[in-house]
Design a protein around this ligand. Structure first.
Ligand code: ZN
Length: 433
């Protein structure tokens, strides 16, 4: 009996122990589970907070990106060059924009800029972000202002006045090939070279006159736009082309009428005409056209004009140029022909003699004495027979229509003299500083 009670108690204790163990185990297990849960929650929290951090980072990144946008970094720039027949809406069609967006962009721009004024070859910059959206559109209006279309949040436009930095530059070089190629080699901007060639187009035949050892000096203005560093070359202030001892020199000057023009040190305008009367005190004795020849008696075309003047009267070069012919020339007697540029030539006949130094290839300047009135060749008395040949055809010198060159006088000339001295001093400073 006692042994049965002992077994019962043992069994009870065993169960109790087991129960206690089980409960405790479960407790421990639950606690651990809870702990684990807690840990998971913690982890979640960490994850969440990390996410928050990530969000913050994203925000920061966005902020940085925005900042970068503001300073034009990290954005791709797609440059569109306006071609003939392009409209702004046609250009916008190249991008992924809704009709509504395009319409709004155009409307906004039109409020400050007339889009019909877009020029062929004008550049339009589209700033594209990483998501391939347009953030900004920019273009320059006539080198004066920058039109900015901001598409970041809402579409807005603004006009920014471009800041210009003004400079002067001077160059000097000797020609070894041609004015153009040596100019380029010596760093002369193409725009200035074209202006230089235009400036001398009446003085020089660039195909033939420019020789080796021709010295060129030029001083010009330009400005740089601060925003995009674009450079615009403006005016030549000073130019000198010297061939041997002949100097063709011009200074920029604003006349009393407000015209920008070029004059030499004597105040003579670059647009000089060819002299209609290349001698002083002469009387027109025979006009240009059909006439009965005084010697042969036949009706013949008189290809020039005759000026009666005493033998020995000086004859002037009708314009700047090169002596193309000097010598006896049949019925013309002692004869000189000057080539002025690639279009004009002048001829002088029946001379008594030539001025010393007037030889084939010599360079002359308008007004230089080239020879003297005479009666050589088929001539009935001392006179100068004068011809102007334009593009190979004889024209009436008295009806020659060329822009008449102005000569500065009085106060205007005094003002010019003061200004050209400053221009020249600046030029020398720039060359030798
Ligand atoms: Zn004649």
């Amino acid at each position: 009996m006692i042994s049965s009670i002992k077994f019962f108690i043992f069994t009870c204790l065993l169960f109790l122990g087991y129960y206690i163990f089980y409960v405790e185990y479960n407790n421990i297990l639950n606690t651990n589970l809870l702990k684990n849960n807690f840990q998971i929650k913690e982890k979640n929290k960490i994850v969440t907070s990390k996410k928050l951090e990530t969000n913050e980072e994203t925000l920061n990144k966005n902020y940085i990106k925005k900042e970068n946008n503001l300073i034009n970094k990290k954005l791709k720039i797609k440059k569109i060059i306006v071609s003939k027949g392009d409209t702004f809406s046609k250009i916008l069609n190249l991008f992924d924009l809704s009709d509504r967006e395009s319409f709004e962009i155009i409307n906004k721009i039109e409020s400050i800029f007339d889009l019909r004024r877009l020029n062929v070859n004008q550049h339009i910059d589209f700033y594209i972000n990483e998501t391939e959206d347009i953030e900004k559109i920019e273009f320059i209006d006539n080198l004066e202002s920058l039109i900015v279309v901001d598409l970041n949040d809402t579409i807005s436009v603004k006009k920014i006045q471009l800041e210009k930095l003004f400079y002067k530059s001077s160059h000097e070089f000797t020609i070894s090939e041609s004015l153009y190629s040596d100019g380029i080699k010596n760093g002369l901007p193409q725009d200035i070279l074209i202006k230089l060639i235009k400036l001398y187009s009446f003085d020089l035949d660039f195909q033939r006159d420019i020789r080796i050892n021709t010295n060129v000096e030029v001083s010009y203005d330009y400005y740089q736009i601060k925003q995009n560093e674009e450079i615009k070359y403006t005016d030549i202030n000073y130019a000198l082309i010297s061939i041997n001892d002949k100097k063709l020199e011009y200074f920029k000057f604003e006349t009393d009428e407000g015209n920008i023009d070029y004059f030499n040190r004597e105040g003579k305008n670059v647009k000089k005409s060819i002299l209609k009367t290349p001698l002083d005190g002469a009387r027109l004795s025979s006009n240009f056209g059909m006439r009965k020849h005084p010697i042969s008696g036949y009706n013949k075309m008189h290809k020039g004009v005759d000026f009666a003047a005493p033998t020995g009267t000086p004859v002037y070069a009708g314009g700047n140029g090169i002596i193309e012919f000097v010598g006896n020339n049949g019925g013309y007697g002692k004869y000189i022909r000057i080539r002025h540029n690639n279009e004009y030539k002048t001829a002088y006949a029946h001379l008594s003699s030539y001025k010393k130094g007037i030889t084939k290839g010599a360079r002359v300047i308008q007004g230089d004495i080239i020879g003297f009135v005479g009666n050589t060749g088929n001539s009935t008395g001392p006179h100068l027979h004068y011809e102007i040949i334009y593009q190979g055809k004889h024209i009436n010198p008295l009806k020659l229509k060329l822009p008449s060159g102005r000569v500065l006088e009085g106060n205007e000339f005094e003002r010019f003299k003061n200004e050209f001295k400053i221009i020249y001093a600046n030029h020398l400073n720039l060359l030798y500083e």
